[in-house]
Write a protein that binds this ligand. Structure first.
Ligand code: SF4
Ligand code: SF4
Length: 77
């Protein structure tokens, strides 16, 4: 059983430069707490107008932000 995505998957996404799945923020739930900004391994999230915003080209679909957001404001789709 695979516990998580293999590391080569993450890096292959970076090198491809194209991601089929990306993190999407629900602005109605986001409190701008910056937890996701600090934890994203790809530095793909920034705060704009007090809400998290994901750079789709930088996101590697690791789902870390989905797991750690205290407001459950992020989904990957
Ligand atoms: S962790 Fe969640 S609530 Fe906090 S800034 Fe990111 S998306 Fe918004
Ligand atoms: S899915 Fe991963 S890489 Fe994409 S924004 Fe969330 S933490 Fe960053």
């Amino acid at each position: 059983m695979l516990a998580s995505k293999p590391i080569f998957y993450l890096f292959s996404n970076i090198y491809d430069g194209v991601n089929e799945l990306v993190a999407i923020v629900d602005n109605s739930k986001c409190t701008g707490c910056e937890t996701c900004v600090n934890e994203c391994p790809a530095s793909a999230i920034a705060i704009e107008n007090e809400k998290a915003k994901v750079d789709k080209e930088m996101c590697v679909d690791c789902q870390t932000c989905v797991d750690i957001c205290p407001s459950e404001a992020i989904v990957v789709e």
